[in-house]
Write a protein that binds this ligand. Structure first.
Ligand SMILES: Cc1cc2nc3c(=O)[nH]c(=O)nc-3n(C[C@H](O)[C@H](O)[C@H](O)COP(=O)(O)O)c2cc1C
Length: 326
């Protein structure tokens, strides 16, 4: 039997940490309900990206990231989170419930990752040309494995080059699609909105109008290919299945490895184009020679810059009414 603990004092820091999770186009596609000392995490499909992510795969990965942040923050509050994925088969939007036990006298090792939640950022520019030591990379592979996914490091230059080529092909296909460009432009928001991609998120001064109107696939592809080629580490996160549960595992794995990376002053960005274009995903899978399904293409490296914090909505905007009346 689960003994519930009082989480009233911890709920705000826990949910604020969850909201700092990365999400596709910074859509923050989550909602939370707090009920009987249990947090319910829902998918907010009103914030889906039907062109970029027609199956809500990245949406579920994003929510998986929020779930991992939530669990880490709970550990830092002296709690032992008990997460249940997809607890109600009749409600596919209820992605997880998390109840809590007291952690005992000592904080669990997860608590030590909490301080990196505010320091993790997506870094899309060039990394420092320093290599990442094997031991640190092993820690990232282990972090992904702990949460049920696998991180494949692309070890040869030839392999990295071929994946970089797929990224460029993916860029060309995405940018050639006016609906995809319109959807991207619709999520380019001023900072005060609290969500979306603030300008300039691509390194150039792109306005919404430019993104909506022009196919910049060639230029973006060339840039992304170079960025992929030059990254100290290029890796692919895979899962053994490709359903909602696997996507939640991928998200938790991703968030854990990103926080673990941050511990070493390493940041990441994503080049998911070969996964977002259905015809390219099997090619990527074949290239990495993995049995699993590619979920994220990740580049990692050291950075020598302080990054502006990306915007988030307010807590009250992601809480269900029932919770607010507590
Ligand atoms: C599932 C997922 C997919 C993403 N895909 C991309 C991507 O293809 N390109 C990119 O530049 N950023 C991508 N991102 C990063 C988000 O844009 C970023 O997390 C969001 O803008 C918030 O910024 P932050 O990570 O700095 O907090 C992705 C993030 C997630 C969780």
């Amino acid at each position: 039997m689960t003994t519930h603990v009082d989480i009233d004092n911890a709920i705000v820091p826990i949910l604020e940490a969850a909201m700092r999770a990365p999400s596709s186009h910074n859509t923050q596609p989550w909602r939370f309900r707090v009920d009987d000392a249990t947090i319910h995490l829902y998918a907010d499909r009103t914030r889906a990206l039907p062109v970029n992510d027609p199956d809500d795969r990245e949406l579920a990965i994003s929510c998986g990231c929020a779930l991992l942040h939530l669990r880490i923050a709970a550990a830092a509050e002296g709690l032992l989170p008990q997460a249940h994925l997809l607890p109600d088969p009749a409600d596919p939007d209820l992605l997880a419930t998390v109840s809590f036990l007291p952690a005992g006298d000592e904080l669990t090792p997860d608590a030590s990752l909490a301080e990196f939640i505010d320091h993790r950022h997506t870094y899309r520019k060039r990394f420092e040309p320093r290599q990442i030591p094997e031991q640190v990379l092993d820690g990232l592979v282990e972090a992904a494995k702990t949460e049920g996914a696998a991180l494949h490091l692309l070890s040869t230059e030839d392999l990295r080059h071929q994946v970089a080529q797929l990224v460029a092909e993916g860029d060309a296909a995405l940018w050639a699609n006016p609906s995809w460009r319109r959807e991207l432009a619709a999520w380019m928001h001023p900072r005060r909105r609290g969500d979306g991609l603030t300008l300039p998120w691509l390194t150039g001064p792109l306005t919404q109008m430019v993104v909506r109107t022009f196919d910049m696939g060639e230029g973006q592809g060339a840039k992304d290919r170079q960025i992929a080629d030059e990254s100290p580490v290029l890796a692919v996160l895979t899962t053994s299945g490709d359903a909602q549960k696997d996507w939640l595992l991928a998200g938790q794995s991703l968030a854990r490895l990103l926080l673990q990376a941050c511990r070493h002053n390493i940041q990441a960005s994503f080049l998911n184009q070969p996964i977002e274009i259905p015809a390219l995903r099997p090619k990527l899978q074949h290239l990495i020679g993995a049995a699993g399904f590619p979920q994220m293409v990740i580049r990692l490296g050291y950075i020598d810059a302080r990054l502006p914090v990306t915007p988030r909505r307010q807590l009250y905007e992601v809480m269900d009414a029932h919770s607010q009346s507590r």
